[in-house]
Every structure is written in C-alpha cells, then in structure tokens.
Ligand binder design. Structure first.
Ligand code: 9UX
Length: 72
C-alpha cells in the first residue's frame, strides 16, 4: 500500500544538509520518492507501508543527525 507523508525537518542549516536527508530517505527500501525543502524545513515521502514505517523513516534520519516530525 502506498502512502504519502509530510514531515517537518529540524537541524538542517545548509543545502548539503537537505541533500543528505533527501538521499538518505530515497535510498531506503520502500521509499519511492522523497523530497526535502530546505527553506520550508519540510520533507514529503512516498513510501510503501508494508515495507517501511514512519518510525523507521524518523529513526534513519535521526541517525544522520536531523529530526523528522510527522505533520499531523
Ligand atoms: Mo554544511 Mo549542513 O557544513 O550541516 S552540511 S551546515
């Protein structure tokens, strides 16, 4: 099942940061498309719920030093 989630991203201060977060998400199994907006501090992720979960996405980004917060 495909779903789309919107996140706030904290900890990004330059374009290299947002590229790191975007690449990290895009390389994860189950993620079909991830896009990070540095200025807005947001991330949009299309993913397969049966393969990867929102906590998985949050944990992976936290591991590289940033934080995702799902938008309610
Ligand atoms: Mo540039 Mo972003 O050194 O951490 S990658 S601020």
């Amino acid at each position: 099942v495909h779903d789309k989630a919107e996140f706030e991203v904290t900890g990004m201060t330059c374009a290299a940061c947002s590229n790191r977060v975007e690449k990290k998400l895009n390389r994860m199994e189950g993620v079909s498309e991830a896009s990070v907006n540095l200025a807005l501090e947001t991330a949009t992720v299309s993913y397969d719920q049966e393969t990867v979960s929102i906590p998985d996405l949050e944990a992976a980004v936290e591991k590289i030093g940033y934080k995702l917060h799902e938008k309610g």
